[in-house]
Design a protein around this ligand. Structure first.
Ligand SMILES: Nc1ncnc2c1ncn2[C@@H]1O[C@H](COP(=O)(O)OP(=O)(O)OP(=O)(O)O)[C@@H](O)[C@H]1O
Length: 242
């Protein structure tokens, strides 16, 4: 197991967002978490990477209880966790190359024995089929290409776990499919474990080994796409109506 959340509670005043949420992510799997807007998915991810304090519960990431780590240890651990957040957010004033060099500078410690930055940048871009864009500016790329560069920027740190927050949002169906295929390829090539938050039922169908539905602040239902998409519980059914 690479990641485990046990009995996570998080409230903001009277707003009890997470009320005992549990999850496990196993080595090499793609776990999809679905939850309605405002159900606490982002809060859960923030707790997971130590950006938000938990009220109660334990979060274990690669054998570390992250609620007990100091800042330095958290930074080291974060170098093994990749993020692909909504909107992908490349730095518009930097070239693709500079965008990819940026995380390497932030996590120098991890790459101290690797002095050929260019090689790492090219390899990461090759992984997403975009090595020819190395000297372009983000404004010169399409939405799908930007998302792929953002994925390359995540991969360059050679993460053990990747957290995807709505990886296909805002993309047309064909580009979304390309991104999903890329996510699958990455998982196959590197054996990365991925936690994927999505509303996109097609994405969930294709990518998930397992799924968790976050409802009323808890892990309301767990199972494969097939199991959940054929369940009779109306709360579960609501997710699969397109
Ligand atoms: N820093 C904060 N302070 C107060 N309330 C917050 C804070 N962050 C999140 N919340 C509340 O927690 C709840 C869950 O928010 P969260 O952003 O996790 O939802 P989500 O499931 O990620 O939604 P979406 O799918 O729309 O992104 C919301 O009611 C939100 O208002």
């Amino acid at each position: 197991m690479v990641l485990e959340i046990k009995n996570l509670h998080k409230s903001f005043g009277d707003n009890h967002v997470l009320n005992g949420f549990n999850m496990q992510l196993y080595q090499g799997e793609n776990l999809v978490i679905m939850g309605k807007s405002g159900s606490g998915k982002s809060v859960m991810i923030k707790c997971l990477v130590g950006l938000m304090e938990v009220d109660k519960g334990t979060i274990t990431v690669m054998d570390n209880d992250i609620t007990k780590l100091d800042q330095k240890s958290l930074d080291i651990l974060r170098a093994d966790i990749g993020f692909l957040f909504q909107g992908s957010a490349l730095y518009d004033s930097m070239t693709v190359r500079e965008n990819l060099e940026f995380p390497l500078r932030r996590h120098k410690r991890k790459f101290k024995n690797h002095n050929n930055t260019e090689e790492l940048v090219i390899e990461a871009l090759k992984n997403v089929g975009l090595e020819h864009t190395i000297d372009l500016m983000p404004a010169e790329l399409s939405g799908g290409m930007k998302r792929r560069v953002a994925l390359a920027r995540t991969l360059i740190l050679q993460p053990k776990i990747i957290l995807y927050d709505e990886p296909t949002s805002g993309l047309d169906p064909i580009t979304a499919k390309e991104i999903i295929i890329l996510m699958q390829d990455i998982q196959k090539t590197y054996g990365t474990s991925s936690l994927i938050i999505t509303h996109d039922v097609d994405c969930a169908r294709v990518i998930s080994d397992r799924m968790i539905l976050l409802i009323d602040g808890v892990d309301y239902a767990k199972g494969t796409f097939k199991e959940l998409s054929t369940a009779n519980d109306p709360k579960i059914k609501a997710f699969f109506k397109q």
